[in-house]
Design a protein around this ligand. Structure first.
Ligand SMILES: Nc1nc2c(ncn2[C@@H]2O[C@H](COP(=O)(O)OP(=O)(O)OP(=O)(O)O)[C@@H](O)[C@H]2O)c(=O)[nH]1
Ligand SMILES: [Mg+2]
Length: 199
């Protein structure tokens, strides 16, 4: 897939607020700081002139942000789940917001669920991946920040433990680095497939 145009289309900040249009959507979910916004920037060809906001401080993304791509679909950057230092009330309100979007959006074609390739998935990851399966949302698992892995760790292959931890198949897992661009092509193809426009 070739990204020809990208525009920020708007945000959703509250449950029940409609998305900024009815185009098909693929959303990026995962725990805070896992690299969702960075990966969205990379996929959209904006690793330097960023369109999605990234920060060293977890909890940067607090709304559902919609990016219109090729006037054909939206990539949706979701707030991080389980940002530990946010007040409990805020944490659960993000989860409610994300879940109400996932369960309420008929235009949502799939979710890329991100996990940091350096750490095994946590119970919260498993819960959300199970939730997506129960909701019937096609899910792709993305291992992020693979540039931080040592060669040994890479060769040992992290997909195995991740598949076990999340209860998904190997074919559902893609490695990526927003820093080096590794995995970008494979991810764009996977996104196209979720949208039903894959070749
Ligand atoms: N080395 C490396 N660092 C990365 C990569 N992707 C993201 N980071 C860094 O990880 C931190 C968090 O990145 P974000 O993209 O803001 O993460 P997020 O998942 O959107 O975080 P929230 O919005 O808080 O949920 C930033 O300091 C990024 O520079 C990557 O592929 N490699
Ligand atoms: Mg973010």
């Amino acid at each position: 897939m070739i990204v020809r145009s990208v525009e920020f289309a708007g945000s959703v900040a509250a449950e029940g607020q409609p998305p900024p249009g009815g185009l098909p959507q693929v959303a990026f979910a995962g725990r805070s700081n896992v690299g969702k916004s960075s990966l969205v920037n990379r996929l959209l060809g904006r690793p330097r002139r960023k369109i999605a906001r990234v920060s060293a401080v977890p909890g940067k993304t607090q709304t559902l942000n919609f990016y219109r791509v090729n006037d054909a679909f939206f990539l949706v950057d979701l707030p991080g789940l389980g940002y530990a230092r946010a007040p409990v009330a805020l944490r659960s309100s993000w989860l409610r917001l994300v879940r109400s979007y996932v369960s309420g959006s008929t235009a949502l074609k799939g979710v890329a669920y991100l996990v940091d390739s350096r750490h095994p998935p946590m119970a919260a990851d498993r819960e959300f991946v199970d939730y997506l399966a129960d909701a019937g949302v096609p899910t792709l698992v993305v291992l992020t920040k693979v540039d931080k892995l040592k060669r040994r760790e890479r060769e040992r292959g992290l997909a195995g433990p991740v598949c076990e931890g999340l209860g998904v198949d190997k074919e559902q897992v893609v490695g990526s680095s927003a820093r080096t661009g590794e995995g970008t092509e494979a991810l764009l193809e996977a996104v196209a497939e979720l949208l039903g426009t894959g070749s």
